[in-house]
Design a protein around this ligand. Sequence first.
Ligand code: AKG
Length: 186
Amino acid sequence: MDAGFPEGLTYVPEFLSEAASKALADALDADEWDQTLKRRVQHFGYRYDYRARSVETDAYLGPLPDWLATVAQRLVCEGHFHHAPDQVIANEYWPGQGISAHVDCVPCFGGSIVSLSLLSPCEMIFRNPETGDRRFVMLQPGALLKMEGPARYQWTHEIPARLADTVHGERRLRGRRLSLTFRNVT
Ligand code: AKG
């Protein structure tokens, strides 16, 4: 664990092979994207209302499809969850798109949140509103990011809406990025 990361943040590079990442991206693209937000999303297990910041009681969409249930089971086997996550959101980001600073809904979801990055890198920023501290994490394709404890509850996370990220002084243009965020509805 990088000592510079917020407490409770775990980053696992190459959690997914290129082939596994491509299979997940293809499965998402074979499914229907919801176009009602600025960026396209897909909901699995339960529908999460980003605007109301809630999981509606009638929002159950059925069990995760097999291709996601397999990943959810692996996350349990590798110790990232006690119970198989039952809710997944896929986000699609084109260059210039991001997600504003937030803490994942506390009454809606359990204490462990895992997101997997696909296709293209981007920077995620963590901010601690109490101390004003900031931490920067480059999310590489195939990587797993887990938030729990302070990283889940005390720090906000966001993806700045930009066309490129600067890594070690070098400007890197973004490409299309997909993410899969696994959670437990409480
Ligand atoms: C969310 O859906 O709440 C996220 O923070 C997504 C993070 C990501 O795209 O990696």
